[in-house]
Design a protein around this ligand. Structure first.
Ligand SMILES: Cc1cc2nc3c(=O)[nH]c(=O)nc-3n(C[C@H](O)[C@H](O)[C@H](O)COP(=O)(O)OP(=O)(O)OC[C@H]3O[C@@H](n4cnc5c(N)ncnc54)[C@H](O)[C@@H]3O)c2cc1C
Length: 363
């Protein structure tokens, strides 16, 4: 049986970016993915690639997401020329309740390139939006949308060019460690490697690593057909965003529904109500696509990146909730550096499961 240096369980955007980074160091990498095509949440995502203001109260996470955005831009410049467009730049307007704006005033005022905007200016930027007067509006000209499926296709092709051994329809059912390495049991046989990384998205906390606090958080969204492209991203409790292939994306619900990946009448109805109230013309738009996917969320509220407690050779990179497209490349660069050169500093310590989930634990 051939033994690889690294075995990655799951080929979504996090697994794909990590496989590419590890292969670049000269390591042999095997990706085993359960589905017929790479990725799950990655292909369902809306693709707003801007750090969410909901993380402003957690500076380590917010700053890390800003760094993730820089690394994503680097990926766009590197991959788009050879692989086709998967991103579009549009300004983002964020509606805040005055109490939230006041609570974070100091940090909001220091956000680079971002400023408060008045209703008349916004009305001329996006005439179709109906903006409530009681909200305050932040305008950031550097909004960005990513098509997760196309981004993943580009990284996947780059992995294959770099020599990554990538297998679809190969669900890992058990993962065992011995002093010699790790062994993965699948319906297509047994695979061995020196070390393994769980990059299985919402499934990372299941039977492969019992007790790892990763859970599915369902998101539903609707794509509406529109004659004209939305000129900006509008983010409130929900959001309207331009789709890369046209249309307007209305997203997204956040629901604890276990591993049920179906759209529901209630979820879609709520999104459509929001769309019609934020941009009344959308009430006559036809739904082009309904999507639902399982975000990998964690009870710690941060991604988990590092060694799994109680294991010597098994690591995890999962739990990127609603910001996995934004932060996959940064995650991959950090973990590849940690695994191959023992450089852990770029990964915030609070993301490391062997530190946060174990009293007195080390990386
Ligand atoms: C509706 C919605 C909207 C979103 N909007 C945004 C957004 O605007 N911006 C943003 O940055 N992020 C967004 N996200 C989040 C983003 O999609 C995720 O954080 C990211 O895709 C997670 O990537 P991943 O590789 O960890 O997981 P996934 O893409 O889910 O990939 C996991 C892979 O693991 C495989 N797998 C699972 N179990 C096994 C096993 N036992 N053996 C082998 N393979 C296995 C699966 O087949 C899958 O291919 C959104 C998500 C949803 C659902």
């Amino acid at each position: 049986m051939r033994t690889h240096d690294y075995l990655l369980v799951g080929g979504g955007i996090v697994g794909a970016c990590l496989a590419e980074e590890l292969a670049r160091t000269g390591a042999s990498v095997l990706v085993l993915d359960a589905g017929p095509a790479p990725g799950h949440a990655t292909r369902q995502a809306a693709g707003v690639a801007v750090p969410s203001l909901r993380y402003l109260g957690r500076p380590a996470l917010y700053d890390w997401l800003c760094a993730g955005r820089d690394r994503l831009e680097h990926d766009i410049a590197r991959l788009e020329p050879g692989h086709g467009a998967f991103s579009v730049a549009r300004p983002i307007v964020r509606a805040l309740k005055p109490a939230d704006a006041d609570a974070h005033a100091e940090r909001l005022d220091r956000l680079p390139a971002t400023r408060w905007a008045a209703l008349p200016e916004l009305a001329s930027l996006a005439p179709g939006l109906k903006l409530p007067e009681e909200r305050r509006y932040l305008l950031d000209p550097r909004g960005l949308m990513i098509d997760g499926g196309r981004y993943l296709e580009a990284v996947h092709r780059s992995c294959l060019s770099a020599g990554v051994d990538w297998r679809q329809d190969t669900e890992v059912r058990d993962l065992t460690e011995s002093p010699e390495g790790v062994t993965a049991g699948t319906p297509r046989g047994t695979f061995a490697a020196d070390r393994a990384v769980l990059t299985a998205g919402a499934w990372a906390g299941g039977r492969l690593a019992p007790g790892l606090p990763v859970r599915p958080l369902r998101g539903q969204l609707v794509v509406l057909d529109t004659p004209a492209e939305l000129p900006l991203i509008f983010s409130s409790a929900l959001y309207l965003a331009p789709g890369i292939g046209g249309g307007v994306i209305v997203g997204a619900t956040e629901e604890d529904a276990g591993f049920d990946e179906r759209c529901t009448a209630g979820g879609i109805a709520g999104l459509l109500r929001f769309a019609a109230s934020a941009a009344p013309a959308l009430a006559s738009a036809a739904p082009r696509e309904l999507r639902a996917g399982l975000r990998p969320a964690t009870t710690t509220g941060t991604p988990l990146i590092g060694r799994i407690p109680g294991r010597d050779r098994t690591y995890v990179a999962a739990g990127h909730a609603g910001h996995g497209l934004l932060s996959a490349r940064l995650t991959a660069e950090g973990l590849a550096g940690a695994l191959t050169a023992d450089r852990w500093d770029p990964i915030p310590e609070e993301f490391c499961p062997s530190v946060t989930l174990t009293a007195g634990g080390t990386r």
